[in-house]
Design a protein around this ligand. Structure first.
Ligand SMILES: [Fe+2]
Length: 289
């Protein structure tokens, strides 16, 4: 199997089902399990460096929450949509099956997050340790997709993100943008990109709704485990080989080692829940006042 070397766009009609209408979104926000709903707010300095705050919905109902997203600067993530929102997933799964067949991948685990985001929202430079298909339903967003080389994505940072001793963000410099491929994503399009490719997103001044589908294959699972094991070994003073020069059997051995390392708790997860530092309904109230 060969992964893409370039971002690739597919067409879909899922947004035409009404699944991302205001009524449908308010309904799903009302009924979504609170423990699966994240509210994030990023702020940026003039160098493009990011800080993150997370919030709670308070007692806001779905319609109020939706208005707060439309008028705010937040990013609301409805996790595990593949289980918690079956009406949406009934549209996503058959389309994803087509895309997976086209990509020549055999997913062993698929998860989805429904994302509603404010008109000015930006998602900082990061990578996902899985394959991703981003189904876009409403609004317009611009994505920058960067090369996966050491300059844009140091292997040591990848290991730290996978070991969860560093938040998802990678070191970013604005000059990287010269090396990026830029895609403006419209409703009815779905985008995928090379495995692990760093990317960042900017909404184009309008409220956005997308479904981010993550998938693991045996290849992605071995790679993730190998990065984890390499990260632990690096802590003990060893210098792991570059991942692209690590053959699949060696990756498999590292993956197996990573399972034992996790059992031995050699890299405790330091990214516990971020402090819930603001309440969205309180912001909405302030705005309305
Ligand atoms: Fe991402």
């Amino acid at each position: 199997m060969s992964w893409l070397s370039q971002p690739k766009i597919y067409d879909h009609q899922i947004h035409e089902s009404g699944i991302a209408s205001d009524e449908a979104l308010a309904m799903i926000l009302d009924r979504y399990p609170a423990e699966l709903l994240d509210i994030n707010a990023y702020s940026y300095d003039s160098e493009g460096q990011v800080s993150l705050a997370t919030g709670e919905r308070g007692r806001a109902d779905g319609a109020t929450l939706l208005e707060a997203i439309k008028g705010g600067r937040v990013w609301v993530n409805l996790r595990d949509a593949h289980e918690a929102y079956p009406e949406l997933w009934a549209h996503i799964q058959p389309k994803f099956d087509e895309i997976a067949a086209d990509l020549g991948v055999k997913p062993i685990k698929v998860t989805g997050q429904l994302i509603m985001s404010s008109p000015q929202t930006k998602v900082p430079y990061h990578f996902d340790a899985a394959g991703v298909v981003l189904f876009h339903f409403r609004g317009v967003k611009k994505l920058w997709v960067y090369p996966t080389d050491e300059a844009h994505q140091p292997q040591e940072s990848v290991e730290k993100v996978i070991m969860r001793v560093q938040a998802e963000e990678l070191p970013y410099r604005m000059a990287f943008d010269d090396d990026a491929q830029v895609v403006e994503l419209q409703p009815g399009q779905a985008l995928t990109w090379p495995l692990y490719a760093p990317h960042r997103v900017e909404n184009q001044g309008v409220f956005n709704v997308s479904l981010s589908l993550d998938f693991q294959t045996w290849e992605t699972r071995l790679m993730r485990g190998a990065h984890y094991a390499n990260g632990v070994l690096r802590r003990y003073g060893l210098k792991p080989a570059a991942m692209e020069q690590t053959p699949v059997m060696a990756r498999a051995a590292l993956w197996a080692a990573s399972l034992a390392m996790k059992k031995a708790n050699l890299a405790p997860n330091l990214i516990k829940d971020y402090e819930r530092s603001f309440e969205l309904s309180a912001q909405a109230k302030k705005k309305a006042a």
